[in-house]
Design a protein around this ligand. Sequence first.
Ligand SMILES: C[S@@+](CC[C@H](N)C(=O)[O-])C[C@H]1O[C@@H](n2cnc3c(N)ncnc32)[C@H](O)[C@@H]1O
Length: 255
Amino acid sequence: MDTDQNPKAKEKKTVGPSSTSAYRDPHYWDERFSSEEHYEWLKDYSHFRHLIQAHVKPGSSVLELGCGNSRLSEELYKDGITEITCTDLSAVAVEKMRENFSYKGYKEIKVLEADMLDLPFSSECFDVVIEKGTMDVLFVDSGDPWNPRPETVTKVMAMLEGVHRVLKPDGIFISISFGQPHFRRPFFNAPKFTWSFEWITFGDGFHYFFYISRKGRRSLNCEESCEKHEQPSSINLLHEELESEDYIFRMNIDM
Ligand SMILES: C[S@@+](CC[C@H](N)C(=O)[O-])C[C@H]1O[C@@H](n2cnc3c(N)ncnc32)[C@H](O)[C@@H]1O
């Protein structure tokens, strides 16, 4: 439909990038975060809070990768998980998140500009590393998902190696993603990693994936990883979701 006759489409046109590779470009995110106050990729915390609570203890030290302008860390903080380091590649996201936490008095949360492909932390210093929709940006122009481009493989492995390095020996990596397990498994199960690989699906209509990797808990007996399903409460695709930018992003990483 012509965007001039459809105000909603017009509004969306100003948000999305001209090419999906821009999702990996900090300039795109800087510009976007300059005017956008809040956008929650995938689902908000209320949809997976029970999964977080099953895996993250209040005393845990948590590193969030690619916080953007999401409320994930704020919600974790409100649930008593206060030792949080938020990071993003976008200087604008970092500055705005810092201001937000300072205004709200969440003094314990640190916010740093950092590239998830080159994490500026010492080894084995976090109990939990968490990301929502951030690893997905590495897949937006990956080509054939069964045989991703070498550049994609290099970037994803750099990210996972960094996450594995900064996790404590019994730490866990939580990845909340659009990406389906058959495309993620080859990366998570690379021989160099000692973590397990499990996932749980959640969400109405579309499924989202809550991946949990426990360092030091890799099963040598089982190549196929365990899956714990949550039954979707509805099989209907929500029209709003189909229209959203998330949907466009999802199509680009899964097809
Ligand atoms: C799809 S958004 C997800 C934002 C947020 N996690 C959420 O759930 O709403 C991707 C985020 O990753 C950030 N990002 C992109 N590449 C990055 C990188 N190499 N290192 C760290 N953050 C990155 C972007 O600035 C953006 O904030």
